[in-house]
Ligand binder design. Structure first.
Ligand code: B4P
Length: 196
């Protein structure tokens, strides 16, 4: 099984690349951003809590996203593996994931971080905001706040996975196909380490 954490700051290209990886490796795509947007669209209890936080560039509560992920893992038990896109985003989320996976006979194969300069991230998200209508992509101040939250709460996960010998990184700037090619090479490397 292949269980990849696709990591990066907002706008690094996680969602874009996850869609291609899912197709190539026949994996289940678990995007907590997509799940939260779905909860918001359906006006659920989770959605109402998440909406305000997301629109202000803050993270949703750890317990909420972990509960959503646990539910999806149970539903897709028979799959060939998972792409975790935008999850975990905090150390507590990563620890909860690590304690939950063995119950399902699973483990993380590795984490791959996509890197891009901050001005490029802001530019991409503002462009997406023009056509997607996503409230969190409309305003530069909110986008910069999301990036600050990433540095404070999410970036420490690089050390967390590096300590387990599971961290690789690749450039998130360039053509989408070129980045995809480098990501696939990183996955092959993780597979070799994992199966050695
Ligand atoms: P997400 O939906 O995860 O979105 P993201 O971080 O904004 O974007 P991503 O990196 O996936 O960017 P994409 O590929 O689309 O999160 C949204 C919000 O939900 C978070 O801010 C948070 O509040 C909440 N949330 C989600 N998960 C959570 C969790 N686990 N815990 C707590 N809260 C959570 O790319 C962006 C743009 O760049 C696109 O327009 C794309 O076309 C473009 N692009 C991609 N690759 C490119 C390239 N190589 N060159 C040029 N443009 C490129």
């Amino acid at each position: 099984m292949l269980n990849i954490v696709l990591f990066g700051a907002p706008g690094a290209g996680k969602g874009t690349q996850a869609a291609k990886l899912v197709e190539k490796y026949n994996l289940v795509h678990l995007s907590t951003g997509d799940m939260l947007r779905d909860e918001i669209a359906r006006c659920t209890h989770h959605g109402l809590i998440a909406q305000q936080l997301i629109n202000n560039g803050q993270l949703a509560p750890d317990s909420m996203v972990v509960e959503m992920i646990a539910e999806k893992i149970k539903t897709h038990k028979a799959s060939e593996g998972f792409i975790f896109d935008g999850f975990p985003r905090t150390i507590p989320q990563a620890k909860m994931l690590d304690s939950m996976l063995p119950e399902h006979g699973l483990r993380i194969t590795g984490m791959i971080a996509l890197s891009a300069p901050e001005d490029e991230l802001v530019h991409r998200l503002l462009c997406r905001g023009k056509c997607s209508g996503r409230a969190d992509d409309q305003n530069e101040e909110i986008i910069r706040n999301r990036i600050a939250v990433y540095h404070e709460k999410t970036a420490p996960l690089i050390e967390y996975y590096a300590a387990q010998g599971k961290h690789l990184s690749t450039k998130g700037v360039g053509s989408i196909d070129e980045i995809f090619h480098n990501l696939c090479a990183a996955i092959e490397k993780l597979r070799q380490v994992c199966c050695a």
